[in-house]
Design a protein around this ligand. Sequence first.
Ligand SMILES: Nc1ncnc2c1ncn2[C@@H]1O[C@H](COP(=O)(O)OP(=O)(O)OP(=O)(O)O)[C@@H](O)[C@H]1O
Ligand SMILES: [Mg+2]
Length: 232
Amino acid sequence: MLELTDVVREYRIGGATVRALDQVSLRLTAGQFVSVVGPSGAGKSTLLHLLGALDAPDSGSIRFQGTEIGGLDDNRQSEFRRQHVGFVFQFFNLLPTLSAWENVAVPKLLDGTRLRAAKGRALELLDLVGLSGRAAHRPAELSGGQMQRVALARALVLDPPLILADEPTGNLDSKTGAAILELLAEIAHDAARAVVMVTHNTEAAAATDRVLTLGDGRIVTDSAALTLAERP
Ligand SMILES: Nc1ncnc2c1ncn2[C@@H]1O[C@H](COP(=O)(O)OP(=O)(O)OP(=O)(O)O)[C@@H](O)[C@H]1O
Ligand SMILES: [Mg+2]
């Protein structure tokens, strides 16, 4: 689904350069729940942003289903994101004046769907994340875990093939976190989809199909590569 070859991303601040990603090569296949772990500053969020075309590499190639996305201009980047990517971030960026279902429906409305048609799907997704009883609540009237689940439902509303989550369980109690993980795994195991999750939680990472460990901008270990290497 996604193939990265020798991807480099550097940040220049004043005279200094930080190499956030250093020659990363990686292949992600559909149907997998992948976690990205590693110390603070290792390049995890940078990698996630590149996978979702929120940012572009300085060099190297990123192909999504065979098409290069590393060199798109801003318009094409945002078009790519709208069509292919659902983002779940730690701070959920819900719109405070909208209800839960309206927040979930926003991407569909931006896509030109009418409110009534969008509402049905939004309610279905809220049901899926266990929030059918909270559809009319505004973000301020929800708990942190509930807001996170609304954000997850919103990420799914356009049915994107790629779901990217940065610390999706970071603010949650362990029970709610486990429910979110289970849901992400279920979504990932659809043959047409992949989920990539950045996490500091080793238990959460252990529950995924593949663990990538980053250190200093490089992939230090890849559980999928280990499995392959162990094959005769
Ligand atoms: N916008 C930016 N400008 C300059 N440097 C940046 C920027 N974003 C990230 N960096 C640097 O790039 C490196 C990788 O950052 P990144 O955010 O990818 O780390 P991370 O692995 O997600 O860390 P954390 O676990 O703390 O979220 C860090 O050294 C960071 O200081
Ligand atoms: Mg980060």
